[in-house]
Design a protein around this ligand. Structure first.
Ligand code: URP
Ligand code: ZN
Ligand code: ZN
Length: 467
């Protein structure tokens, strides 16, 4: 009651009536449609005066307990979804992983086992296809029927998740027939592996050289190749974690040609840079080792990505939350950056970090909600159940205080299962005050009221964002 409801299309002083798990009405303040005004008619009233009332965040790219880099991502579905809730995210879409020799149906079942009964917030799955073969391609249509409507392939990581161009072509043909979304990790992994080997042979072993051995040309080239293969096959393409402005330019051209190509970026590519990684003392730069890598600020990638969010060419901002501790995890790569597990933890900070973009005049309030909540819900077939404050939608609601403050880092707001923060020292001119997940208050006034197992699996439909 009393807050400003912000949607992708506008902001208005409105009251929101919730019954059980669902939003049942959005009312003008003082409306007596319920027989009395809302404050008198409701059992419970949450005061949102001078605050924003937004749909809960939808993070379309997380990796809870991902087996990767000789270890496993340090947030479980329980700890990771709890941290997400603290940060105003009420839905995640995580990735089930198929490795060579496995059936996608079996790997999806394994990921259901990991998540069931553990999550604080609702969740869905994408399926990583690590072994493109007849069986996997048949499995794709079965998964679509089970609400897993998007598939990720890797042009990077030879020997791990990598698919060659023929395999990508085949998977895209299947995705095209199904109308399912093909997600792509677009980096030329074969060439990168040569650059990595050469860097190590030169003695360039520190974390910074992770970035320099994955130059933007490798991302632009792979992005272009993915776009052409998608064009040929009719598969809708969603390029994940775009960090290079040149890769964006490829996506912009494809979009201008009317192709169903979408770009996702992440807060790390908007705020952090290769130069800062170079300046980090000792092995500390390992906290920023992720792929695609951080890019040079001198080259202007960060500013360009903000601009592409404004123009609509970046469709969604996700975290690619893939946390590893320094101890025993990132430290596997002391003396050899190629052994540092790739990934940054950030599921807790996305809503805040992007709100700072509003405060800094980089994006509008409505665009904040659009790229963090509404479009991800549409992109991944969950709208209007998720991503909007509207009658019939799940009552996933965040009350955000634009006059509050958030200090990010260990011992501050950090709830992720990590022994460091890639975001240490960031100060945000805003604050997540209250979070509701399907009508239940799970975070309020600095206290956590959620529980493992409240979150439910969401059977997603096909993307609602295609032209
Ligand atoms: O460095 C990253 N991005 N780790 C997570 C796996 C992936 O490629 O998304
Ligand atoms: Zn990736
Ligand atoms: Zn990822």
């Amino acid at each position: 009651h009393g807050g400003t409801v912000v949607s992708a299309t506008g902001s208005q002083l409105l009251d929101v009536l919730i019954e059980d798990e669902t939003i049942v009405a959005v009312l003008q303040p003082g409306s007596t449609a319920l027989g009395a005004d809302l404050a008198a008619a409701a059992d419970t009233v949450i005061d949102a005066t001078a605050k924003y009332v937004i749909p809960g965040g939808v993070d379309g790219h997380t990796h809870m307990q991902l087996p990767f880099g000789g270890t496993e991502a340090s947030d479980t579905f329980e700890t990771g979804t709890r941290a997400a809730a603290w940060g105003g995210t009420t839905t995640i879409v995580d990735f089930a992983v198929q490795k060579p020799g496995q059936r996608v149906q079996d790997t999806l079942a394994q990921w259901h086992d990991k998540a069931t009964g553990q999550c604080a917030i609702d969740y869905g799955f994408h399926q990583i296809i690590g072994d493109v073969n007849d069986e996997s391609l048949k499995g794709m249509s079965e998964l679509v029927g089970e609400g897993v409507t998007s598939f990720k392939l890797f042009m990077a990581y030879p020997g791990v998740f990598y698919s060659d161009d023929g395999q990508i072509l085949r998977a895209m043909q299947s995705a095209g027939e199904l109308g399912a979304l093909m997600m792509m990790h677009a980096e030329n992994g074969i060439a990168i592996d040569v650059l990595v080997e050469q860097a190590l042979a030169r003695g360039d072993t520190s974390p910074y050289f992770h970035g320099t051995s994955r130059p933007w040309q490798m991302e632009e080239e792979a992005t272009h190749r993915a776009i052409m293969l998608a064009q040929l096959t009719g598969a809708p393409l969603y390029v994940v974690h775009v960090s290079a402005k040149q890769a964006m330019q490829q996506i912009v051209t494809a979009r201008d040609n009317g192709q169903n190509v979408f770009a996702e970026t992440c807060p790390q590519y908007l705020y952090l840079s290769l130069e800062e990684q170079l300046g980090a003392p000792g092995f500390e730069g390992a906290k920023w080792v992720c792929s695609t890598p951080l890019r040079s600020r001198a080259e202007g990638h960060q500013d360009e990505l903000w601009r592409f969010i404004r123009t609509g060419d970046v469709t969604a901002v996700s975290t690619d939350h893939c946390p590893f501790c320094m101890k025993d995890q990132k430290e596997l790569g002391v003396g050899d950056f190629s052994k540092i597990p790739n990934g940054i933890g950030g599921v807790e900070h996305r809503m805040d970090l992007l709100f700072q973009g509003v405060k800094d005049g980089r994006i509008s309030l409505e665009r904040w909600v659009e790229v963090c909540c509404t479009t991800p819900a549409r992109m991944f077939g969950m709208y209007p159940r998720k991503g909007v404050i509207s009658p019939g939608a799940d009552a996933d609601v965040v009350i955000y205080d634009p006059n509050g403050h958030t200090s990010i880092g260990l011992g501050k707001t950090h709830h992720m299962n990590m022994d460091h923060s890639a975001w240490e020292g960031f100060e945000i001119d805003g604050h997540v005050d209250t979070v509701l997940s399907r009508g239940r208050v799970i975070v309020d006034d600095g206290a956590y009221h959620g529980r493992a197992g409240h979150g439910r699996f969401i059977r997603r439909g096909l993307s609602q964002n295609l032209v």
